[in-house]
Design a protein around this ligand. Sequence first.
Ligand code: KG4
Ligand code: ZN
Length: 340
Amino acid sequence: MTDSRGSDQPFLTLGIETSCDETSAAVVRGEAEVLSNVVYSQVDLHARYGGVVPEVASRNHVVKLPYVIDEALAKAGARPADVSLFAATSGPGLIGPLLVGLCHAKGMAYASRTPFVGVNHLEGHLFAHRIASPDLPPPFVGLIVSGGHTLLVDVARYGEYHVIGTTVDDAAGEAIDKIGKMIGIGYPAGAKIDELANHGDPAAIALPRPMEGSPSFDFSFSGLKTAVLYHVRKNPRERREDIAASVLASVVSVLTRKSLEAARRFHRGRLVVVGGVAANAHLRAALTAEGQARGVDVRFPPIALCTDNAAMIAAAGGFRHRELGESHPLSLSPDPSLGL
Ligand code: KG4
Ligand code: ZN
């Protein structure tokens, strides 16, 4: 496990993630050994606006990122000169926040004459699985489900992705967050809805399960959001616990059915679920149980690796550089709508 200069120093990747409202830096040794993974969340800053304000996020990344990187290096017992590769998210995400992390990584790479790679955030999410389960490589079907994305992807091997379905409107996490705002539980709503649902009746409200029965692997969550809006207007006294449980019953049912069907259709015995919504306890329980019933091995990384973090970016960047021989020129620009 040596670096690209052929010395017997361990290969260290410094990863940087700033695509949305988490400022994160991590040091990963070799393929996927996480030495440090520091995440500074800006949620408190954005909560008062009910969503992420891109300009506020960019400015806060500029202020916090140098400290977050210093802390990640210190926790890993490494100096900037020990780093073999700098990897930063180059898209998809918010343009200003992306620019901050990418420029910082390029600057450090230039100063230490070390290679640099821009990383696709979606590929990064998949590498949370490599960190958690290095012994369970592809093939598998991946479900990337977060605040910005809902994607089903057939992974023949790392680096080879075939997108088999995506959302035609809102991402699952986005719909959950918007519903949270409607019922006054603040932003982001995912973890709170998860908890409220434990005390609610999932059958209390008959909500749509959009596209659940359709033969396509695409998703749609915006109609669910509208259905909740109308229901709440008509029934202002509805218990928030029952709303949360009914919303999750719909989201979990659609995600479970479609992703297990995708695993069957693509003849994969394993389903890997990543992204912020993969932290949801109800989704984890339903998919694990239903997967067992259907002979599909369902894997979720630990929660800290499901939500945005730089360790997954470092692991994906390290893979691109070491196993695919990639490095990018310092002219690489961020791409807010980069696809997988
Ligand atoms: O992956 P992530 O940190 O950022 C994006 O790439 O979007 O995902 C954030 C999303 C938010 O929508 C948040 O509400 C949701 O993940 N989330 C959850 C839970 N924890 C976070 N959704 C449902 N249940 C949770 N426990
Ligand atoms: Zn993400």
